[in-house]
Design a protein. Structure first.
Length: 256
């Protein structure tokens, strides 16, 4: 069962969506919420350090001051809004390399939740490659709940792993729709879902997979996908389905 979710804040972007969804998880399902913001030390690599007491040039000093100002503003905004929903003790402010800090803190949680907005940026790619726990990728559009669940099933092992993780964590869900576009029917995964006591509605479609999945997703409030950690460059080069779906779907996406 799902007990703890860690929310990663990139700054003020998507902050309200993440907090509101976290509060919904807490109130409906009794899930404990934590938050983390990282003041990434790599932002300062552009600044030439002082050597043996030599003062850095004014441009470098100004850049350092600007970064400090931005970080302070981000921390203050996140703290202020986080405390409207949760206890301040559950918010962690770290200095270091973002991925390392978040992955380390994630050891104490079941899921990492982060904002994806309208495009899959480098941070999301980094977390999908490095995270040892499932992710929930939050859209720009305000999300509601986890009741009407769509499983984008391409018949691959990664998709099977994701739906298995979802079932393990979200015990309250009793029904899943498996959308299979242009692939052979995945009887093994279907049997696995049914054997865990869930009702399975198999939806079979043909046509452009990304377009079909995006269209069908409008009837649901949550989606399950397989992990694409090994395929980002490949997908961008040939325009394959996975990245297109991640970028266009306006639902929370669970990636196990």
């Amino acid at each position: 069962m799902l007990n703890k979710v860690l929310i990663y804040f990139q700054g003020e972007e998507g902050l309200e969506n993440l907090l509101e969804y976290g509060k919904m998880l807490q109130e409906r399902y009794g899930i404990k919420i934590g938050g983390i913001y990282v003041k990434d030390i790599r932002k300062y690599e552009m600044i030439t350090p002082a050597v043996e007491g030599v003062v850095v040039d004014s441009a470098a000093g100004y850049a350092f001051s600007e970064w400090e100002s931005i970080e302070k503003k981000n921390v203050e905004a996140i703290k202020e809004k986080f405390c409207r929903y949760f206890d301040e003790i559950d918010l962690f402010i770290a200095d270091g390399i973002t991925t390392d800090c978040v992955i380390s803190k994630l050891k104490a949680y079941d899921i990492l939740m982060l904002y994806k907005g309208e495009r899959v940026g480098n941070e999301i790619k980094a977390f999908m490659k490095a995270a040892h726990k499932p992710l929930i990728l939050m859209p720009k559009k305000k999300a509601e709940g986890i009741e009407k669940v769509l499983f984008a099933n391409d018949g691959q092992i990664c998709s099977n792993k994701s739906v298995a993780e979802f079932i393990r964590l979200f015990g309250h869900v009793k029904e899943i729709a498996s959308l299979e576009v242009g692939v052979e029917e995945d009887e093994e995964t279907g049997n696995y879902i049914r054997e865990r006591g869930l009702k399975l509605n198999v939806i079979r479609r043909t046509g452009d997979a990304s377009a079909v999945i995006v269209s069908e997703s409008m009837n649901y409030d949550f989606m399950i996908m397989g992990n694409l950690r090994h395929f980002f460059l490949f997908e961008k080069l040939i325009g394959k389905t996975g990245i297109t779906i991640l970028e266009k779907i306006q639902l929370p996406i669970f990636v196990g």
